[in-house]
Structures are given as structure tokens and as C-alpha cells.
Write a protein that binds this ligand. Structure first.
Ligand code: ATP
Ligand code: MG
Length: 464
């Protein structure tokens, strides 16, 4: 009965008992050759002209079949990385855990992967694993069939040949696509142990595709969630960034929490989303990020992580101020403490940490609306991101909405109006400010931060 259904819907050859793949013609899968990027098509054609097998694989085929525009087009081939490199003028081999070739075609960079074999082979090389079964290095090449078996989900193991316009399907991926189901190839628990990132991928891809996770695929996640702790920090960061910028970050985080997968990732998120104020802020930030991604507008990872961690900065900052620390040094200390604690769980790249700090450090400066300060702030390279952050704080109710409005008006105003908008400084505050200025500030701090004077920082009661 099922085999009959397959032959009618998906093509002549079935994913048969002998392990033969289904070969699905264009009439059944409907992928248009033109939907494939010209660069990746040329890479496939060049490799096939060189006598090798080559296909578009993975997410691109899945997305096209699901009616989503793919982010990128990866190619898989039976040529070794060295053979691939020799087929192209502009190509280089990269990677350690997985060696891949980057082929440059005009403005496109195409990732070309050699078919991978089984991790464990009776004779021949073995993939290295750690004591939990996690695969450390895996450059064992294999056949197309083996390559399909070591991909994660059935819908990710489809091979499209743009020359013959056929899709090759070993694991009934097309049927799972039709059922909108994410199903792990092989034994799910073993596959998660080999690579715990697959648990995060299950959550992310289900949210992105609006698929459900097959019951057997979902079941072991709760039990194995702690293995996320074994993922190398840089890989974890890449995956979290993909998740947060998937256009479905709210849904992803909801699902991560439901599966107990969030604990190792963003240590403060739990506390943050349990406080109504924090939840409102994080929700606003994620909604805005999802909206931007869906509209195809750029998003800034620094801004995103700054929002996710802000509530914790506020908590630490308050605690330090309550302990007698002056507001600005207290803010800097709180920032460092939060980022240090985060770094143990998730290696946010140095550049992004720099962006996060810039955005946070600007926040108290928005309180200063007298004299030359507002003009100086407008000139800051991260002013726009800082202001967007402030507006989000205002929207969540953490700071006075009038403060955000003042800055928006100030930004739009002409010179005369701006001058009229400036707040007046109290005369005794001015004296204090001069006295304070004469105190020496350590050179490094003075270069990186403009410390507002104590008089100015008390200018607005809304200062957090
Ligand atoms: P997207 O690009 O939308 O994030 P993707 O599935 O294309 O999703 P990539 O990281 O680009 O994700 O991976 C490309 C392909 O490589 C996948 O479709 C899958 O076949 C395979 N793959 C990726 N990560 C894993 C993994 N951890 N385990 C097994 N196979 C994987
Ligand atoms: Mg991809």
C-alpha cells in the first residue's frame, strides 16, 4: 500500500528494500533549475564535466521543496577536496573537523563537500570521538549513500542534480517534507550523542520550516539536553546566532525552554524571562529581530545579545550601586561581570562583545541632555544602535517614554530647535562639574569612555 503510494507520488524507483534511493523526476518534485544560483550550478556542471558526481544538497533542496528561498547552495561530490580544488581557478580548502572547499564564482562562494563515509569502519580510518561519543574529527570519505546516512534529518538528505533535474532520496525525505515532519536518520539518541548540536538544529529547523519533530526524534532530547555543555563554545555560538537570526527566534527560544535545552546557552535568560519587565524587553527585542529578518533587513548580533543580557546588567548594576559604587564605574563592572559569566557558556566573538559594550555604555549618556553632551552623542559611531536600544527600553517601560521621544525629536530637529530643546543645568551643578573635571581620570578609561560628571548623571531621575 505504502509502496504503491510512493510510486504514484514520488517516482518510479522507491526507497526500496535493497537500500536503493528513489530517483524523483522533475515532474514530481517541481524544483526549477533556475531557482538554483548560477554559481552553484556552474560548480556542479564543472565537477560533472570533470567526471565526478556532483549535486546540490542539504538545506537548499529542502528549502526549495518547502517553498522557502534558500540562504545558500551547498554542493556534495565524490571528488576529494584536493580534486575539487584542482577543478577551479579560485578555490581553497578550509576546515579541520570537516575539510571543505570554498569555490569562488563571481560574488558567490560555494561550499563543496566530499561525500562522507561511516564514522566507524571495519578496515580503514575511524572518526575520532570523545568519551561521550561525540565525533571530534571526521574526514572519512565515502559513497553518496553513506553520505546521505550521516546527514541529520531525512529532509536534509536530498540530492538535486540540476543537469538531469532529478532528486535522489535515500531516506524518504520527500515524504517527510509532505508530512511536515523532521525525522532523524538512524537512532536519534546515538546521533545526538555523536553531535549534540543536532538537538539545537532540530528545534531551529522545526521553527523555521513550521514542521513538527517526529516523536522518536524528539523523545531523547530531554534526557540528553545536558550534552549541549560539551559542544565547543565557538560552534555553540555559531548555532545560537543562526537560531536567534532565523526569523523565528521567539518560537525557537520557547521550544528550547520546553526541551530544557536553554540552560547551558544563555545563563541569564531564565531569570530574565521570569521577571515581567525582563520578559517584555526580551520579547520586544526578539519580535523586532524576527520582523527585520523576515523583511530581509540586516540585523546586528551585538544589538541582539545586548538586549538578551541587559536585564542581568541592570540587576548587577543596581547591586553595585547599592553597595556604594559610583554609577558609571558600577555600570562598567556590571558589564564585565555579565560578559565574563556569559563567556563560560557561549563564546561571543570579540567583535560582537565590543558592539555590546558600546551599546550598553551609551545608555547613561542619553540621560544627559544639557550643554554640548547631546551633540557629542550624535557623533558616536554606535549612536543609532544605542538609540534603538534606548527606544526599546522605553517601550518596555524600563525608562520614561519621554526620554526616547526627546532623542527622536532632537535627532530630527534643526539647529535652532535643538538648542532650544537642551535642558538647563542648575548653576551649582555646573560648579561641581568643573571641580570634578579637574580630577584625573586614568588614561585608558578617559580614552574609551567619556565619564559623565556626577552632577550630570543626576540630571534625570530616569537614569537606571
Ligand atoms: P540552514 O542553512 O537553513 O541553516 P542547513 O540544514 O542547510 O540549514 P547547514 O549548516 O547549512 O544547515 O548544513 C547543510 C547540510 O549539512 C544539512 O542540511 C545537513 O544535511 C548537513 N548537516 C549540517 N549539520 C549537521 C549535523 N550536525 N549533523 C549531520 N548533518 C549535518
Ligand atoms: Mg545551509
Amino acid at each position: 500500500m505504502i509502496r504503491k503510494f510512493f510510486s504514484r507520488v514520488f517516482g518510479r524507483k522507491l526507497p526500496g528494500r535493497a537500500g536503493e534511493p528513489a530517483v524523483i523526476p522533475h515532474a514530481r518534485h517541481g524544483i526549477r533549475r533556475e531557482a538554483i544560483s548560477s554559481g552553484s550550478r556552474r560548480v556542479v556542471e564543472t565537477l560533472q564535466d570533470g567526471g565526478y558526481e556532483a549535486f546540490i544538497v542539504g538545506g537548499a533542496v529542502r528549502d526549495l521543496l518547502a517553498g522557502i528561498r534558500p540562504k545558500d547552495f551547498d554542493v556534495a561530490t565524490d571528488a576529494t577536496p584536493e580534486q575539487v580544488r584542482q577543478c577551479f581557478r579560485r578555490a581553497r580548502i578550509i576546515g579541520r573537523r570537516f575539510q571543505i572547499v570554498h569555490v569562488m564564482m563571481g560574488a558567490e562562494t560555494i561550499e563543496v563537500t566530499t561525500f562522507r563515509g561511516h564514522h566507524v569502519q571495519r578496515d580503514g580510518p575511524r572518526a575520532q570521538t570523545d568519551d561521550q561519543g561525540r565525533v571530534l574529527r571526521d574526514n572519512v570519505f565515502g559513497s553518496r549513500k553513506e553520505d546521505a546516512a550521516r546527514r541529520d534529518f531525512t529532509v536534509n538528505a536530498l540530492y538535486y542534480d540540476p543537469v538531469t533535474e532529478t532528486v535522489i532520496d535515500y531516506h524518504q525525505g520527500l515524504a517527510d517534507l509532505g508530512r511536515k515532519t523532521l525525522r532523524m536518520i538512524g537512532d536519534p539518541a546515538t546521533r545526538y550523542r555523536e553531535d549534540p548540536v543536532r538537538m539545537l538544529r532540530a528545534v531551529r529547523l522545526a521553527a523555521k520550516l513550521d514542521f513538527s519533530i517526529d516523536a522518536d526524534t524528539l523523545q531523547p532530547i530531554g534526557e540528553l539536553a545536558d550534552l549541549v555543555e560539551n559542544i565547543p563554545l565557538s560552534r555553540l555560538f555559531d548555532e545560537m546566532l543562526k537560531l536567534l537570526t532565523s526569523g523565528h527566534s521567539l518560537e525557537c527560544l520557547r521550544q528550547l525552554r520546553a526541551e530544557g535545552l536553554h540552560r547551558g546557552l544563555l545563563p541569564f535568560l531564565d531569570v530574565t524571562v521570569e521577571e515581567p519587565q525582563g520578559r517584555r524587553f526580551v520579547t520586544l527585542a526578539l519580535e523586532s529581530t524576527d520582523r527585520r529578518v523576515r523583511e530581509g533587513r540586516p540585523i546586528s548580533p551585538g544589538f541582539l545579545f545586548a538586549t538578551l543580557l541587559w536585564n542581568e546588567v541592570l540587576n548587577q548594576w543596581d547591586a553595585l550601586k547599592a553597595g556604594g559604587e559610583r554609577p558609571i564605574p558600577a555600570l562598567y563592572q556590571a558589564m564585565d561581570e555579565v560578559l565574563d559569566a556569559q563567556a563560560e557558556k557561549l563564546a561571543i566573538t570579540r567583535r560582537i562583545v565590543g558592539d555590546i559594550k558600546d551599546i550598553w555604555a551609551l545608555q547613561p549618556r542619553f540621560e544627559l541632555r544639557s550643554g554640548k553632551r547631546p551633540y557629542g552623542l550624535l557623533e558616536q559611531p554606535r549612536f543609532k544602535a544605542g538609540l534603538d536600544f534606548l527606544l526599546m527600553r522605553a517601550e518596555s517601560g524600563e525608562v520614561d517614554a519621554a526620554l526616547g521621544q526627546w532623542w527622536q525629536d532632537f535627532l530630527d530637529a534643526d539647529g535652532e530647535t535643538r538648542a532650544a530643546m537642551l535642558l538647563q543645568r542648575a548653576p551649582d551643578a555646573e560648579k561641581k562639574r568643573r571641580r570634578h573635571k579637574r580630577k584625573s581620570i586614568p588614561a585608558t578609561e578617559a580614552a574609551s569612555v567619556e565619564f559623565p560628571s556626577s552632577a550630570e548623571s543626576s540630571e534625570s531621575a530616569a537614569c537606571p
